[in-house]
Design a binder for this molecule. Structure first.
Ligand code: UDP
Ligand code: MG
Length: 318
Protein backbone atom coordinates (compact mmCIF):
# COMPACT_ATOMS: atom_id res chain seq x y z
CA UNK A 1 0.00 0.00 0.00
CA UNK A 2 1.21 3.48 -0.81
CA UNK A 3 2.45 5.55 2.09
CA UNK A 4 1.60 9.21 2.60
CA UNK A 5 4.01 11.35 4.63
CA UNK A 6 2.79 14.62 6.06
CA UNK A 7 5.60 17.09 6.79
CA UNK A 8 4.84 19.71 9.42
CA UNK A 9 7.40 22.41 10.23
CA UNK A 10 6.79 23.79 13.70
CA UNK A 11 8.31 26.75 15.47
CA UNK A 12 7.12 27.29 19.03
CA UNK A 13 3.89 25.40 18.45
CA UNK A 14 3.62 23.38 21.66
CA UNK A 15 -0.10 24.09 21.87
CA UNK A 16 -0.70 22.79 18.36
CA UNK A 17 1.32 19.57 18.06
CA UNK A 18 -0.92 17.24 20.08
CA UNK A 19 -4.13 18.48 18.52
CA UNK A 20 -2.71 18.43 14.99
CA UNK A 21 -1.28 14.92 15.34
CA UNK A 22 -4.62 13.66 16.66
CA UNK A 23 -6.73 15.44 14.02
CA UNK A 24 -4.56 14.26 11.13
CA UNK A 25 -4.27 10.73 12.50
CA UNK A 26 -8.01 10.35 12.90
CA UNK A 27 -8.73 11.82 9.48
CA UNK A 28 -6.20 9.68 7.60
CA UNK A 29 -7.23 6.53 9.44
CA UNK A 30 -10.86 7.13 8.61
CA UNK A 31 -9.89 7.54 4.94
CA UNK A 32 -7.91 4.31 5.03
CA UNK A 33 -4.69 6.04 3.99
CA UNK A 34 -1.41 4.56 5.20
CA UNK A 35 0.41 7.54 6.67
CA UNK A 36 3.21 8.96 8.75
CA UNK A 37 3.49 12.40 10.34
CA UNK A 38 6.89 14.10 10.30
CA UNK A 39 7.18 17.05 12.66
CA UNK A 40 10.24 19.29 12.43
CA UNK A 41 10.74 21.55 15.40
CA UNK A 42 12.61 24.54 14.01
CA UNK A 43 14.72 25.34 17.07
CA UNK A 44 11.66 25.99 19.20
CA UNK A 45 12.27 27.50 22.60
CA UNK A 46 9.07 26.13 24.12
CA UNK A 47 8.01 22.53 24.66
CA UNK A 48 7.39 21.75 20.99
CA UNK A 49 9.86 18.87 20.74
CA UNK A 50 8.58 17.39 24.00
CA UNK A 51 5.09 17.44 22.53
CA UNK A 52 6.36 15.75 19.37
CA UNK A 53 7.97 13.02 21.49
CA UNK A 54 4.77 12.61 23.43
CA UNK A 55 2.74 12.31 20.21
CA UNK A 56 5.28 9.78 18.89
CA UNK A 57 4.98 7.74 22.06
CA UNK A 58 1.22 7.60 21.60
CA UNK A 59 1.29 6.93 17.86
CA UNK A 60 4.24 5.14 16.22
CA UNK A 61 3.36 6.79 12.91
CA UNK A 62 4.47 10.13 14.33
CA UNK A 63 8.14 11.00 14.17
CA UNK A 64 10.14 14.14 14.32
CA UNK A 65 13.36 16.00 14.69
CA UNK A 66 14.57 19.13 16.41
CA UNK A 67 16.94 21.70 14.93
CA UNK A 68 19.84 23.03 16.96
CA UNK A 69 18.47 26.55 16.43
CA UNK A 70 15.86 28.35 14.36
CA UNK A 71 16.77 27.80 10.72
CA UNK A 72 13.51 29.05 9.21
CA UNK A 73 10.50 27.35 7.71
CA UNK A 74 12.25 26.54 4.42
CA UNK A 75 14.88 24.50 6.26
CA UNK A 76 12.10 22.82 8.23
CA UNK A 77 10.32 21.80 5.03
CA UNK A 78 13.50 20.38 3.50
CA UNK A 79 14.41 18.46 6.65
CA UNK A 80 10.90 17.04 6.61
CA UNK A 81 11.26 15.98 2.99
CA UNK A 82 14.53 14.30 3.92
CA UNK A 83 12.97 12.40 6.80
CA UNK A 84 9.78 11.49 4.96
CA UNK A 85 9.62 8.00 3.56
CA UNK A 86 6.28 8.21 1.77
CA UNK A 87 5.46 7.61 -1.88
CA UNK A 88 3.71 10.96 -1.70
CA UNK A 89 4.58 13.79 0.69
CA UNK A 90 2.29 16.58 1.81
CA UNK A 91 3.78 19.72 3.33
CA UNK A 92 1.48 21.74 5.53
CA UNK A 93 1.55 24.16 8.46
CA UNK A 94 1.16 22.55 11.83
CA UNK A 95 -1.28 25.21 13.06
CA UNK A 96 -4.06 23.63 10.93
CA UNK A 97 -4.50 26.85 8.94
CA UNK A 98 -4.18 24.52 5.98
CA UNK A 99 -7.40 22.52 6.34
CA UNK A 100 -6.74 18.76 6.68
CA UNK A 101 -10.03 18.01 4.90
CA UNK A 102 -8.25 18.85 1.64
CA UNK A 103 -5.75 16.00 2.10
CA UNK A 104 -8.04 13.22 0.81
CA UNK A 105 -8.65 15.32 -2.35
CA UNK A 106 -4.92 15.75 -2.87
CA UNK A 107 -4.37 12.05 -2.28
CA UNK A 108 -7.04 11.16 -4.83
CA UNK A 109 -5.50 13.44 -7.48
CA UNK A 110 -2.13 11.84 -6.76
CA UNK A 111 -3.60 8.36 -7.22
CA UNK A 112 -5.01 9.55 -10.52
CA UNK A 113 -1.51 10.45 -11.68
CA UNK A 114 -0.77 13.98 -10.53
CA UNK A 115 2.85 14.42 -9.47
CA UNK A 116 2.37 17.76 -7.74
CA UNK A 117 -0.87 18.94 -6.19
CA UNK A 118 -0.75 22.65 -5.40
CA UNK A 119 -2.89 24.04 -2.61
CA UNK A 120 -4.39 27.30 -3.87
CA UNK A 121 -5.74 29.76 -1.33
CA UNK A 122 -9.25 30.91 -2.11
CA UNK A 123 -9.17 33.43 0.67
CA UNK A 124 -6.52 34.83 2.95
CA UNK A 125 -8.80 34.30 5.91
CA UNK A 126 -9.46 36.81 8.62
CA UNK A 127 -5.99 38.13 9.13
CA UNK A 128 -5.09 41.41 10.74
CA UNK A 129 -4.92 44.55 8.57
CA UNK A 130 -1.18 44.96 9.19
CA UNK A 131 -0.58 41.38 8.12
CA UNK A 132 -2.76 41.81 5.03
CA UNK A 133 -0.89 44.94 3.96
CA UNK A 134 2.58 43.48 4.47
CA UNK A 135 1.65 40.12 2.98
CA UNK A 136 -0.01 41.94 0.05
CA UNK A 137 3.11 43.98 -0.66
CA UNK A 138 5.24 40.87 -0.24
CA UNK A 139 3.21 38.85 -2.73
CA UNK A 140 3.11 41.68 -5.25
CA UNK A 141 6.88 42.05 -5.21
CA UNK A 142 7.37 38.31 -5.39
CA UNK A 143 4.86 37.74 -8.17
CA UNK A 144 6.54 40.39 -10.27
CA UNK A 145 10.00 39.03 -9.75
CA UNK A 146 9.29 35.36 -10.14
CA UNK A 147 6.62 35.78 -12.80
CA UNK A 148 4.10 33.53 -11.14
CA UNK A 149 1.01 34.21 -9.10
CA UNK A 150 2.28 34.14 -5.56
CA UNK A 151 -0.82 35.62 -4.01
CA UNK A 152 -2.81 32.41 -4.01
CA UNK A 153 0.01 29.87 -3.94
CA UNK A 154 1.21 28.48 -0.65
CA UNK A 155 3.46 25.90 0.95
CA UNK A 156 0.52 23.50 1.21
CA UNK A 157 1.34 20.93 -1.47
CA UNK A 158 1.46 17.27 -2.22
CA UNK A 159 4.61 16.04 -3.96
CA UNK A 160 5.25 12.70 -5.56
CA UNK A 161 8.41 10.86 -4.46
CA UNK A 162 9.97 11.76 -7.85
CA UNK A 163 9.55 15.47 -7.15
CA UNK A 164 10.86 15.09 -3.60
CA UNK A 165 13.97 13.40 -5.01
CA UNK A 166 14.50 16.30 -7.41
CA UNK A 167 14.14 18.89 -4.65
CA UNK A 168 16.51 16.99 -2.37
CA UNK A 169 19.23 16.88 -5.00
CA UNK A 170 19.20 20.65 -5.53
CA UNK A 171 22.55 21.92 -4.24
CA UNK A 172 21.46 25.41 -3.22
CA UNK A 173 21.16 26.60 0.38
CA UNK A 174 18.70 29.40 -0.20
CA UNK A 175 15.61 27.52 -1.24
CA UNK A 176 12.16 28.88 -1.93
CA UNK A 177 9.94 25.86 -1.72
CA UNK A 178 6.83 27.52 -3.11
CA UNK A 179 8.52 28.55 -6.32
CA UNK A 180 10.78 25.51 -6.67
CA UNK A 181 7.88 23.20 -7.36
CA UNK A 182 6.86 25.46 -10.27
CA UNK A 183 10.44 25.41 -11.44
CA UNK A 184 10.62 21.62 -11.23
CA UNK A 185 7.66 21.21 -13.56
CA UNK A 186 5.93 17.78 -13.49
CA UNK A 187 2.28 17.01 -13.92
CA UNK A 188 0.55 19.51 -11.67
CA UNK A 189 -3.02 19.64 -10.41
CA UNK A 190 -4.45 22.00 -7.85
CA UNK A 191 -7.04 22.10 -5.12
CA UNK A 192 -8.40 25.28 -3.60
CA UNK A 193 -8.82 25.69 0.10
CA UNK A 194 -9.82 28.37 2.52
CA UNK A 195 -7.16 29.49 4.96
CA UNK A 196 -8.43 28.67 8.44
CA UNK A 197 -8.00 30.75 11.52
CA UNK A 198 -5.14 29.88 13.79
CA UNK A 199 -6.51 28.33 16.95
CA UNK A 200 -3.52 28.40 19.27
CA UNK A 201 -0.42 30.54 19.41
CA UNK A 202 0.32 33.33 16.97
CA UNK A 203 1.75 33.93 13.53
CA UNK A 204 5.55 33.93 13.41
CA UNK A 205 5.81 36.55 10.67
CA UNK A 206 6.30 40.24 11.27
CA UNK A 207 6.44 42.97 8.64
CA UNK A 208 10.23 42.94 8.72
CA UNK A 209 10.61 39.19 8.60
CA UNK A 210 8.30 39.09 5.56
CA UNK A 211 10.32 41.81 3.84
CA UNK A 212 13.55 39.98 4.60
CA UNK A 213 12.00 36.80 3.24
CA UNK A 214 10.95 38.68 0.10
CA UNK A 215 14.40 40.13 -0.54
CA UNK A 216 16.17 36.82 0.12
CA UNK A 217 13.83 34.91 -2.13
CA UNK A 218 13.84 37.54 -4.83
CA UNK A 219 17.61 37.55 -4.99
CA UNK A 220 17.93 33.79 -4.81
CA UNK A 221 15.24 33.15 -7.38
CA UNK A 222 15.44 35.99 -9.85
CA UNK A 223 18.11 38.08 -11.51
CA UNK A 224 15.62 40.80 -12.39
CA UNK A 225 16.98 43.26 -9.79
CA UNK A 226 20.40 42.97 -11.45
CA UNK A 227 18.86 43.68 -14.82
CA UNK A 228 17.12 46.67 -13.26
CA UNK A 229 20.59 48.04 -12.49
CA UNK A 230 21.39 47.87 -16.19
CA UNK A 231 18.15 49.64 -17.02
CA UNK A 232 19.01 52.41 -14.55
CA UNK A 233 22.42 52.68 -16.19
CA UNK A 234 20.87 53.05 -19.63
CA UNK A 235 18.46 55.70 -18.38
CA UNK A 236 21.27 57.73 -16.82
CA UNK A 237 23.35 57.44 -19.99
CA UNK A 238 20.44 58.79 -22.05
CA UNK A 239 20.05 61.62 -19.58
CA UNK A 240 23.74 62.40 -19.60
CA UNK A 241 23.82 62.57 -23.41
CA UNK A 242 21.01 65.13 -23.40
CA UNK A 243 22.59 67.13 -20.59
CA UNK A 244 26.03 66.94 -22.14
CA UNK A 245 24.61 68.29 -25.35
CA UNK A 246 22.83 71.12 -23.59
CA UNK A 247 25.94 71.94 -21.55
CA UNK A 248 28.11 72.09 -24.64
CA UNK A 249 25.63 74.29 -26.47
CA UNK A 250 25.55 76.65 -23.48
CA UNK A 251 29.31 76.69 -23.27
CA UNK A 252 29.71 77.48 -26.94
CA UNK A 253 27.05 80.19 -26.89
CA UNK A 254 28.64 81.71 -23.77
CA UNK A 255 25.67 81.29 -21.42
CA UNK A 256 27.19 78.62 -19.18
CA UNK A 257 27.39 80.39 -15.84
CA UNK A 258 24.53 79.21 -13.58
CA UNK A 259 25.01 75.48 -13.51
CA UNK A 260 24.93 74.99 -9.77
CA UNK A 261 21.49 73.40 -9.46
CA UNK A 262 22.23 70.98 -12.26
CA UNK A 263 25.49 69.92 -10.69
CA UNK A 264 23.95 69.31 -7.28
CA UNK A 265 21.05 67.38 -8.79
CA UNK A 266 23.34 65.27 -10.94
CA UNK A 267 25.56 64.39 -8.01
CA UNK A 268 22.53 63.42 -5.94
CA UNK A 269 20.88 61.39 -8.67
CA UNK A 270 24.00 59.58 -9.81
CA UNK A 271 25.05 59.02 -6.20
CA UNK A 272 21.63 57.54 -5.43
CA UNK A 273 21.70 55.27 -8.46
CA UNK A 274 25.21 54.10 -7.67
CA UNK A 275 24.45 53.29 -4.04
CA UNK A 276 21.25 51.49 -4.96
CA UNK A 277 23.03 49.47 -7.62
CA UNK A 278 25.82 48.57 -5.24
CA UNK A 279 23.20 47.49 -2.74
CA UNK A 280 21.50 45.23 -5.27
CA UNK A 281 24.82 43.73 -6.33
CA UNK A 282 25.72 43.37 -2.67
CA UNK A 283 22.62 41.26 -2.08
CA UNK A 284 23.64 38.91 -4.83
CA UNK A 285 27.18 38.71 -3.53
CA UNK A 286 25.74 37.86 -0.12
CA UNK A 287 23.73 35.02 -1.69
CA UNK A 288 26.79 33.78 -3.58
CA UNK A 289 28.83 33.98 -0.37
CA UNK A 290 26.27 31.89 1.48
CA UNK A 291 26.09 29.34 -1.30
CA UNK A 292 29.87 29.10 -1.66
CA UNK A 293 30.39 28.43 2.02
CA UNK A 294 28.37 25.29 1.46
CA UNK A 295 27.12 24.94 5.00
CA UNK A 296 24.19 22.59 5.55
CA UNK A 297 20.68 24.04 5.42
CA UNK A 298 20.01 22.92 8.95
CA UNK A 299 21.49 21.05 11.88
CA UNK A 300 19.46 18.37 13.60
CA UNK A 301 20.16 18.22 17.32
CA UNK A 302 17.88 15.30 18.21
CA UNK A 303 15.17 13.12 16.76
CA UNK A 304 12.45 10.85 18.06
CA UNK A 305 13.42 7.21 18.63
CA UNK A 306 11.64 5.91 15.54
CA UNK A 307 13.64 7.91 12.99
CA UNK A 308 15.73 5.51 10.83
CA UNK A 309 19.49 5.56 11.43
CA UNK A 310 20.12 6.52 7.82
CA UNK A 311 18.57 9.95 8.30
CA UNK A 312 19.64 10.51 11.89
CA UNK A 313 22.87 12.34 11.06
CA UNK A 314 23.40 15.49 13.05
CA UNK A 315 24.96 17.12 10.00
CA UNK A 316 22.46 16.84 7.22
CA UNK A 317 24.13 17.88 4.02
CA UNK A 318 21.50 19.47 1.84
N1 UDP B 1 7.49 28.06 11.07
C1 UDP B 1 8.72 27.44 11.14
N2 UDP B 1 9.85 28.20 11.33
C2 UDP B 1 9.80 29.56 11.43
C3 UDP B 1 8.54 30.19 11.32
C4 UDP B 1 7.41 29.41 11.14
O1 UDP B 1 8.81 26.21 11.04
O2 UDP B 1 10.84 30.19 11.60
C5 UDP B 1 6.27 27.23 10.87
C6 UDP B 1 5.16 27.48 11.87
O3 UDP B 1 5.33 26.72 13.03
C7 UDP B 1 3.93 27.06 11.10
C8 UDP B 1 4.29 27.45 9.68
O4 UDP B 1 5.70 27.57 9.62
O5 UDP B 1 3.71 25.68 11.15
C9 UDP B 1 3.63 28.74 9.26
O6 UDP B 1 3.93 29.75 10.19
P1 UDP B 1 2.86 30.78 10.72
O7 UDP B 1 1.60 30.07 11.06
O8 UDP B 1 3.50 31.57 11.80
O9 UDP B 1 2.67 31.68 9.43
P2 UDP B 1 1.30 32.22 8.82
O10 UDP B 1 0.32 31.08 8.83
O11 UDP B 1 0.87 33.31 9.71
O12 UDP B 1 1.67 32.65 7.44
MG1 MG C 1 -0.17 29.91 10.27
Amino acid sequence: MALLSVVLPAYNEEQNIGNTARTLGELLESCGIDYELVFISDGSVDGTFGEIQRAAAGNPRVRGAEFSRNFGKEAGIFAGLELAGGDAVIVMDCDLQHPPEVIPQMWKLWQEGAEIVEGIKSDRGRESLGYKLSAGLFYRIMSRLIRMDMKSSSDFKLLDRKVVKVLLTLPERNTFFRALTFWAGFRTESVTYEVQERRFGESKWSFFSLMRYAVTNATSFSTLPLQAVTVMGVISILFSVILAFQTLVRYLTGTAVEGFTTVILLILIIGGFLMLSLGVIGHYIARIYEEVKGRPKYIISRTTENVPESVKGIWKKP
